[in-house]
Every structure is written in structure tokens, then in C-alpha cells.
Design a protein around this ligand. Structure first.
Ligand SMILES: Cc1cc2nc3c(=O)[nH]c(=O)nc-3n(C[C@H](O)[C@H](O)[C@H](O)COP(=O)(O)OP(=O)(O)OC[C@H]3O[C@@H](n4cnc5c(N)ncnc54)[C@H](O)[C@@H]3O)c2cc1C
Length: 372
């Protein structure tokens, strides 16, 4: 990447989420002049957290950092200290609580089994054998996990998440179900995990330290102006919006969050409780203080409601089905033809990235740009 005098900035980075912040940080560290544009009034993208009544609240859903990538861990550790939070979610089915992911504690709760042999035997008994390949998600789940696990831990949650019965959902949504025949409740097996002790917003703030940032600035509404300022554009917003939806709209799963402030020190005893029955309208309750072992006399919980996708909704999870993949391919063709613009991140690539993957991809792109 050669600096020419014509440009005020070597790169304008669109989006101040983890992807945009990592690219801007890396380029700046190597002497490039970057401008970061963010349309929201805050940095950190969906990892944004904010302190309310002394409790750090994850504003766009629970965010747990975990990675097996040492390069990424060492990178984020430059900007934040992480606590030793280990994610071990629970499932509440009609008031009874089970451990997740499925392990010896779950089997003991469901069936009272106390040995791996007994649990495996029970699973074998439970699994439904079909004379055909599973035709829908219900058949797939019954063939992999059997009736008890399906009814107690899969059916209601999945139907709420997708807004339709499991019999109308494709079998491929559950390719396999991991069963652990140990008493290990850890959700992630990555060697590095935790929550930044000062929060994700502070982490990103440190990454962007000394870099010019404009909040509440939508690049797309002033595109030609910013194109004239910067030699390169790194776009981490939605790829379909960049091309003015010329190939159609990409769909996302979206969520609605509802907070409750409670005058009690401890509402559910854990950070994340899934509600797996069909009657409870939300899928999860997050009790934020437990991510950082908070001792406040009060608490804040957030109920998470899945929502049917509509174009104005906040895009959360890409839906990588055949229709969306075909649309994406056409956008990627257009993206490859762009010489000034590079696309990156969860929205820029329409890819479900965990935070560590987003940062890893961002660093790789920045390093590639530095070599050009
Ligand atoms: C509910 C939920 C829970 C999650 N939980 C976890 C978890 O536990 N662990 C984990 O590792 N990952 C988790 N993730 C994934 C994590 O949020 C992403 O990996 C991460 O946010 C990706 O960062 P990004 O910068 O690519 O995208 P984003 O965070 O979406 O940032 C993109 C930014 O670009 C801005 N932008 C878009 N268009 C424009 C424009 N035209 N002009 C200016 N700015 C623009 C947006 O406002 C946004 O701030 C979760 C995601 C969701 C949705």
C-alpha cells in the first residue's frame, strides 16, 4: 500500500465494530492514516456494552469471547484484561433446570443415570430409527437424540427461534448433536476465553486510540465525499446495502431485547438461561452481572425474543440457505470487480463470525493490504 499525496487518508474504514477497529488499528500501527466512520452513535458494533446502574450490560445480546487462535488472543490481550468467566449455559424447561451442552449432568437430570454406560444405553433406547433419511428437523432430532431430549431441550427453543414448527424446518439445520459422556458443562472448548474486565466498548476504544473517528456518520449517504478523501475504502457494513440491493436483499435472523431492572442481587444465578419450552415467549434471559461476578445489590436482566426478519430490522445472524447464498454469490462477483473497496466482517462478507474469527479475518486483510 503506497501513500500518494492525493489522498487525505490511506483508508476510510466503514464500521467501528471489532472488524473495522482491528483493520484501522493494524493499518495505523504500520504508519497508515485511517478515518473510521460509524453510523451508530457508539463504537464496538454488536459487541457494544454500556454501564447501567453499576452493571455492564451487553446491549446487542450476550457476548462471550473464546478462541483457539493464539494470535488473536495475544492481539486482544494488548487492549484488555480478560476475566476467567467460563460459559456454561443452562436450560429451563417448565421450571426444571438442565445443564447444556448435553452431558452427564443433563442425562442425570433427565433420566437419573449416573454412569456413561447407563446414559449411552438410555440414548440408544430413545433414538427413533426411520426407514428413510430424516425429512425435517423433528425427524432429524428424534433420530439423533430421541424423544426426551427433543421434547425437553430442542423442540420449543428451535420453534421459537425459527418461528415455525420443527416439522416444517429442514433437517440440515441440525447436522449433528454433540453428546459428552463426562460431567463437563463448558460450552466452549477453546483454551482462551473470558470477558474483558472493563468491557468490550473499552477494548475497542483502546484499539481506536489516536485514530480519527466520526460517529453517527453513514458512509453510504455521503459516499462520493468519502471516496474522494481516502485511497481505499474498507467496508464492514452490509454488502447488499453497499450495492444498493441491486441483486436483492440478504436476509438475517433478528432479535428483540427487553431489559428489566430488579431490586434483587441475583435473579437466576447464572449469566445465560435458555428457555426451552414453547409456552415461554422468549428464548433466553441474560443476567449481565454474572459475566463479571458482580456483587451489586441490584441486577439487570435482558429477555431475548426472536423476530421474523424484515428489511428495517437490525441484522444479526446471516441465514445461509440456498436462496441467500445465491444472492451473496452475485454480490461477491460485484465486490471482486471493485478496486478501491474491500469488504470484510460479519456484514461485509455475510458470514457468521464469532468475535475472534472477525478479528482474525480483519488482521489477515490488513496484513494483505500492507503488502500491496
Ligand atoms: C446476538 C449476538 C450474540 C453474539 N454472541 C457472540 C459471542 O458470545 N461470542 C462471539 O465471539 N461472538 C458473538 N457474536 C458475534 C459478534 O457480534 C461478531 O463477531 C462481531 O460483532 C463482528 O464484528 P463486525 O465488526 O464484523 O460487525 P458489527 O459488530 O456488526 O459491526 C459493523 C459496524 O458497521 C456499522 N455500519 C454498517 N453500515 C455502515 C455504514 N453505511 N456507515 C457507517 N457504519 C456502518 C454498524 O453500525 C456496526 O457498528 C454475537 C452476535 C450476535 C448478533
Amino acid at each position: 500500500m503506497r501513500r500518494t499525496r492525493k489522498w487525505e487518508y490511506d483508508a476510510a474504514v466503514v464500521g467501528a465494530g471489532l472488524t473495522g477497529a482491528a483493520i484501522a488499528q493494524r493499518l495505523t500501527e504500520h504508519g497508515k492514516r485511517c478515518l473510521v466512520l460509524e453510523k451508530r452513535p457508539h463504537i464496538a458494533g454488536n459487541a457494544y456494552d454500556v454501564e447501567i446502574d453499576g452493571i455492564r450490560v451487553h446491549r446487542y445480546g450476550a457476548h462471550i469471547f473464546h478462541t483457539s487462535d493464539r494470535r488473536v488472543w495475544e492481539y486482544v490481550s494488548r487492549f484488555a484484561e480478560f476475566n476467567h468467566y467460563i460459559h456454561a449455559p443452562l436450560a429451563n424447561y417448565r421450571g426444571r433446570v438442565y445443564n447444556l451442552p448435553f452431558n452427564m449432568n443433563t442425562f442425570a437430570g433427565l433420566w437419573g443415570t449416573a454412569s456413561p454406560e447407563a446414559a449411552e444405553e438410555k440414548l440408544r433406547e430413545q433414538r427413533v430409527v426411520y426407514d428413510h433419511a430424516p425429512q425435517n428437523l423433528e425427524e432429524q432430532a428424534l433420530s439423533l437424540a430421541g424423544r426426551d431430549i427433543y421434547e425437553t431441550l430442542i423442540r420449543g427453543y428451535t420453534e421459537k427461534q425459527w418461528g415455525r414448527p420443527c416439522t416444517q424446518l429442514p433437517a440440515f439445520l441440525i447436522r449433528r448433536l454433540p453428546f459428552r459422556f463426562t460431567y463437563d458443562n463448558r460450552y466452549f472448548s477453546d483454551p482462551y476465553q473470558g470477558i474483558p474486565t472493563d468491557g468490550y466498548t473499552r477494548l475497542v476504544e483502546r484499539m481506536l486510540d489516536g485514530i480519527e473517528l466520526r460517529l453517527e456518520t453513514d458512509y453510504l449517504s455521503q459516499r462520493s465525499h468519502y471516496d474522494s478523501l481516502a485511497e481505499r475504502i474498507i467496508f464492514t457494513g452490509p454488502i447488499d446495502a453497499f450495492f444498493d440491493y441491486a441483486e436483492g436483499r440478504l436476509q438475517y435472523r433478528t432479535l428483540r431485547f427487553e431489559d428489566e431492572h430488579l431490586e434483587t442481587p441475583n435473579r437466576q444465578g447464572t449469566a445465560v438461561m435458555n428457555y426451552t419450552d414453547a409456552e415461554t415467549p422468549f428464548t433466553r434471559i441474560i443476567e449481565h452481572k454474572h459475566f463479571v461476578f458482580g456483587q451489586q445489590p441490584n441486577t439487570i436482566i435482558t429477555k431475548e425474543y426472536p423476530l421474523e426478519w424484515m428489511p428495517e430490522a437490525e441484522p444479526y445472524y446471516p441465514i445461509n440457505d440456498a436462496g441467500n447464498t445465491a444472492i451473496l454469490e452475485r454480490y461477491l462477483d460485484r465486490a471482486r470487480a471493485q478496486t478501491k473497496v474491500r469488504f470484510c466482517g460479519r456484514l461485509g462478507e455475510y458470514k457468521y463470525y464469532d468475535m475472534d474469527q472477525a478479528i482474525g479475518a480483519a488482521l489477515t486483510l490488513a496484513d494483505r493490504i500492507l503488502k500491496e
